[in-house]
Design a protein around this ligand. Structure first.
Ligand code: AMP
Ligand code: MG
Length: 491
């Protein structure tokens, strides 16, 4: 006996901005099979996991939402991809099923990826493969557990289809939850539509949904720009602090909410090098680790351009106001980065000299080929009086020996119990991130039908700050024979 479950989908975006989306149905799925369902996220959404993973729930997740009063839409957006503008991208293989209010009353998008071709599909087949969708699942969960704003996967469902990539691959649909899917590219699209009222409605909608304080400002659209600049400065600083390389920071992959979105060719860096690039198509390193802050600013400048007419009809004044806000990005980013780095190093107060201390540390880590994650984690050992692993993590520890007294002095400006300092450092320096070799092994096994390594990896990276003796294999860099790592975008 099953109870009839009805999910209260809303469609506030489609109602407010019908010109920025198209009603569309998901393609039928021949043999749906739930590969992984996110119980905790389902509960957060107020949904009963037992029902959601049942055949009726899975059917809903694949787009059968008419009984729930929802009309899925494909959203329109533009985007600068590697610097070149594409006026019409949009959800080529994705759909927004609708919005739900979670148990905290927050509005969340329920979105599908791999749900079939839409009017935005261009040459694409509208499909997605199991491996890349599981990749999005595990990286999103890791980011969430690290405390970084992110979209999250609710489920990955195998479709039973085989889709044509370099080889035939098993197909899947990802069900993704986001605070919204509105992007810099959404504003760029609206700005190409020669409908100023629609652009204003979009800006007002985004203010109301994501940055309500901006509505009270004297210049709401300048305030909106400021909020997005701040959200992205904070976000990218947090990526940098955990060694995350997004890999495809096109303007269509940058949200206005400040959540990380679109885990395609992304990866976590093992050995620290600012020039680290994983994406096979990023030939010139545009989206290299060390370039991410300045690319974020570049994207924000594209966002600002879309707002100029709303800011002031006097172009010169509008450009002046927008420029003033964009110029705050670097200081905002730096403030977030330095604050986060101080926490990683157990420094309790703020001293201007810390900036040099941190810069010198990065030079040391680069020269010493340090493994980003495990090296920072080993620092709490130093505070507890076990310095050997910190030194062993560098090819040439002499530089560290010269730097360490400066760090000790900075840390001891505020006298505290060393064990408490070490514990606070362990709470921000993760033991476990989704290491590339572990991700590859897990996705390879899952593509062959064995999900166990994937589920184990998700469990480990979902609890990243507590060291566990049985998870030692997840804590270190890739073995030397893993080779240079390449990720692929055309997923
Ligand atoms: P992404 O690289 O995933 O951010 O996607 C960039 C653009 O390409 C978006 O407009 C996607 O909807 C579209 N796209 C990517 N893969 C496919 C596909 N297999 N079929 C249709 N559209 C796709
Ligand atoms: Mg994208």
């Amino acid at each position: 006996m099953t109870t009839e479950v009805r999910i209260a989908f809303d469609d506030s975006f489609a109602r407010a901005l019908p010109g920025l989306c198209t009603p569309w149905q998901a393609a039928p799925v021949p043999e749906p099979r739930l590969l992984v369902g996110n119980d905790a996220l389902a509960v957060e959404l107020g949904l009963d996991p037992a029902w959601l993973w049942s055949p009726a729930g899975v059917a809903l997740l694949l787009g059968d939402v008419a009984d729930h009063g929802a009309v899925p839409v494909a959203q329109a957006y533009s985007g600068h991809q590697f610097g070149g503008f594409s006026p019409r991208l949009g959800d080529g293989r994705a759909l927004l099923l609708g919005e739900v209010l979670d148990v905290g009353g927050r509005r969340r998008d329920v979105h599908l990826k791999g749900s079939g071709r839409t009017p935005f599909a261009r040459g694409g087949d509208g499909k997605a493969a199991v491996g890349p969708m599981l990749r999005e699942y595990v990286i999103g969960e890791a980011m969430h557990a690290l405390g970084i704003p992110t979209t999250r996967a609710l489920a990955v469902i195998a479709t039973g289809e085989h889709i044509a990539r370099e080889h035939f691959l098993p197909g899947a649909v990802l069900v993704r939850i986001a605070s919204s899917h509105l992007r810099v590219g959404t504003f760029q699209y609206a700005a190409t539509q020669s409908d100023p009222e629609q652009l204003r409605r979009l800006a007002d909608y985004v203010i109301a949904r994501h940055h309500p304080a901006a509505a009270q400002a004297d210049e709401p659209y300048v305030a909106l720009l400021e909020c997005v600049v701040e959200a992205q400065a904070a976000l990218v600083a947090r990526w940098m602090l955990v060694g995350f390389v997004h890999g495809v920071m096109n303007t269509d992959n940058m949200t206005v909410s400040g959540e990380t979105i679109d885990y395609g060719p992304c990866a976590f860096m093992d050995r620290f090098d600012p020039a680290t690039v994983f994406s096979s198509i990023d030939e010139h390193g545009r989206y290299a680790y060390g370039n991410q802050p300045r690319i974020a600013l570049w994207n924000l400048a594209r966002f600002a351009e879309t707002l100029l007419d709303l800011i002031d009809l006097d172009q010169e004044r509008a450009v002046g106001r927008a420029t003033e806000v964009l110029q705050t990005f670097t200081d905002r980013y730096q403030a977030h980065w330095v604050a986060g780095a101080r926490a990683k190093l157990g420094i309790a107060d703020a001293d201007p000299d810390d900036v040099t201390l941190l810069g010198d540390l990065l030079d040391l880590l680069h020269a010493g080929a340090a493994d980003w994650t495990s090296w920072f984690r080993s620092l709490s050992g130093w505070v507890r009086g076990e310095g050997a692993p910190v030194r062993a993590g560098l090819t040439d520890p002499a530089g560290f020996d010269a730097w360490a007294p400066r760090w000790d002095a900075a840390r001891n400006r505020v006298p505290r119990d060393p064990d408490a300092v070490a514990a606070a450092m362990d709470a921000v320096n993760p033991v476990y991130v989704p290491r590339n070799h572990m991700v590859e092994a897990a996705l390879g096994a899952a593509t062959e039908g064995d999900l166990d390594p994937f589920l184990r990896l998700v469990a480990v990276v979902s609890d990243p700050f507590v060291e566990r003796p049985d998870a030692a294999a997840y804590a270190g860099p890739a073995p030397a024979d893993f080779g240079p790592y390449r990720t692929f975008c055309g997923t």
